[in-house]
Design a protein around this ligand. Structure first.
Ligand code: C2O
Ligand code: CU
Length: 509
């Protein structure tokens, strides 16, 4: 049994970066920083030479402090450009993106291009793929985009994701028929920044509420059932909200005052307009840090066509769950009237819900607390989808296998993978060209969205995902085609869990 060194506040707050100082931690740490895959110098993404006919899409993103109006509440936060979400970044499959990050924040930052199978030098993970970008510095991300679909980008430093630093990244396939009249991008978020607390305060509260804990072993299950010290408790029917069955157990750690669609609170929702009978493609992105949502459009069923960028066998559902970092695309044929698009936080009783309106006729808008019956209808769990044939990995046996155990607890507030937090756990290894099977198991009593960088893995059904909700004690065999050499992060997409250490490196040898 591995003993976990008592995490100092510094090591927890710095997460992966703190690992550079890991040798100053407890003597019983199992691995050295080198074993965990962390380095301190990087060549930087030398420029790509676009091939003939390859289009280069150039942008500058300024990360800055900004006061933003969420539709009533005005918050001082950090943004890309002037808005929350930041500006949509869009390119065609095969293009080269050349994005200059101009860091005008008071802290180091990076950008991670979530879900893109990009060259690792542009992946944005400090300690694994680059040095952090210091305040006042610039960094150029240059990479080709090999797969069409719905993606997003965000920082990979601390809990900056829980500020306003996120924006959609849409990769179009010019050859895709696009059998719809309009396309709406819907970005979900849980919001606390600038409401008297920052995400850094929240992390501090979580650690304090977790107490100093016992012996510090990271045993998974036996440590996963702690009381949550006044934090939100996600156990089923609460506060008169019908949660239906409770597939996700304790779903979240943090109490948020607001939930947003496209940067707007439910009392001042964004309104999408179209004509009745039109077909609309919805691209739904969960940019929240600690919230799984149930999403439904009142008066409509949704035809789910893609998840995490890749096509699925279309599935008609009343509603679906979306974990942090997941994306779903749906087609809907619009009825006549005014309809609420609702994203209800799973297992949270305060802060209301996230709402947008769909309007094809005049009429009164539903209230912020609207409760469309679809939410308690047939709710899709994304991993039950079947892949489109075109999304399947080639038929092939795995020739390497690794274990990946999600572990930790609220009390003490410690999260890790394979016996220790990132920086102290041992990197997973794979050889280029191998078919790797990752035997993932969630040994905790919470749900975690497991995210793999640089690759889109296949579930046993063949479904392709890069972010997978894993319920308490659930396990999955994930197959990865090891065709993108580099050092890659694999982590929980709960920003607080990831920062507390629920991350591991996957390194090509
Ligand atoms: Cu969107 Cu490493 O994450
Ligand atoms: Cu987690």
């Amino acid at each position: 049994m591995t003993h976990l060194p008592h995490p100092t506040r510094r090591s927890v707050l710095l997460g992966g970066l703190g690992a550079l100082g890991v040798t100053t931690l407890g003597a019983c740490a199992r691995s050295t920083a080198a074993d965990s895959g962390i380095a301190s110098s990087f060549p930087g993404p030398s420029s790509l030479s676009p091939t003939a006919g390859q289009r280069v899409v150039s942008r500058t993103l300024t990360a800055r402090r900004r006061t933003v109006d969420l539709g009533g509440p005005k918050v001082s936060t950090w943004t890309y450009g002037n808005s929350v979400p930041g500006p949509v970044l869009r390119a065609n499959v095969g293009d080269v993106l050349r994005v200059t990050l101009d860091n005008r924040l008071p802290e180091d930052t990076t950008i991670h291009w979530h879900g893109i199978a990009l060259r690792q030098a542009a992946d944005g993970v400090p300690g694994l793929t680059q040095n952090p970008v210091a305040p006042g510095e610039k960094f150029v991300y240059e990479f080709a985009v090999p797969d069409p679909g719905t993606y997003f980008f965000h920082p990979h430093v601390g809990v900056q994701l829980d500020r306003g630093l996120y924006a959609p990244l849409i990769i179009d396939d010019p050859r895709e028929p696009g059998d719809y009249d309009a396309e709406w991008i819907i970005v979900l978020d849980d919001w606390v920044d600038g409401t008297g607390r920052t995400p850094d305060d929240v992390l501090e509260e979580l650690i304090a509420a977790g107490g100093s804990g016992g012996s510090g072993g990271m045993g998974g299950m036996d440590h996963g059932s702690g009381d949550m010290g006044g934090m939100d408790h996600g156990s089923g029917d609460m506060g008169g909200m019908s949660m239906g069955a409770s597939p996700w157990g304790d779903a979240g750690d943090v109490t948020y005052p607001y939930f947003l669609v496209n940067g707007r609170v439910a009392t001042a929702p964004e309104t999408f307009r179209a004509k009745a009978g039109q077909r609309v493609r919805l691209r739904i992105i969960n940019a929240a840090s600690d919230t799984i949502f149930t999403v439904a459009l009142g008066g409509h069923r949704l035809r789910i066509t893609h998840t995490d960028g890749f096509p699925v066998k279309p599935a008609e559902v009343d509603a679906f769950y979306i974990g942090m970092g997941e994306r779903y695309d749906a087609i809907v044929t619009l009825e006549d009237g005014v309809f609420p698009l609702v994203a209800r936080p799973f297992g949270k009783t305060s802060g209301g819900q996230a709402v947008a309106l769909v309007r094809t006729a005049s009429g009164r808008a539903p209230s912020a607390g609207v409760n469309p019956s679809e939410l308690s209808g047939q709710v899709l769990i994304g991993s039950d989808l079947q892949p489109a044939e075109s999304a399947r990995l080639a038929d092939r046996d795995a020739d390497a296998q690794v274990d990946l155990a999600l572990q930790g607890s609220m009390q003490p507030y410690q999260w890790g993978i394979n016996g220790a937090p990132f920086g102290q756990n041992e990197a997973l290894h794979v050889g280029e060209g191998q078919r790797l099977r990752i035997k993932a198991v969630n040994q905790t009593m919470m749900t975690h969205p497991l995210h793999v960088h640089g690759h889109t893995f296949a579930l046993p059904s063949g479904l392709r995902k890069d972010t997978l909700l894993m319920a308490p004690m659930e396990s999955f065999a994930l197959e990865v085609e090891a065709d993108n050499p580099g050092n890659w992060a694999v982590h929980c997409h709960n920003a607080y869990h990831g920062e507390a250490g629920m991350m591991i490196a996957l390194n090509y040898s």
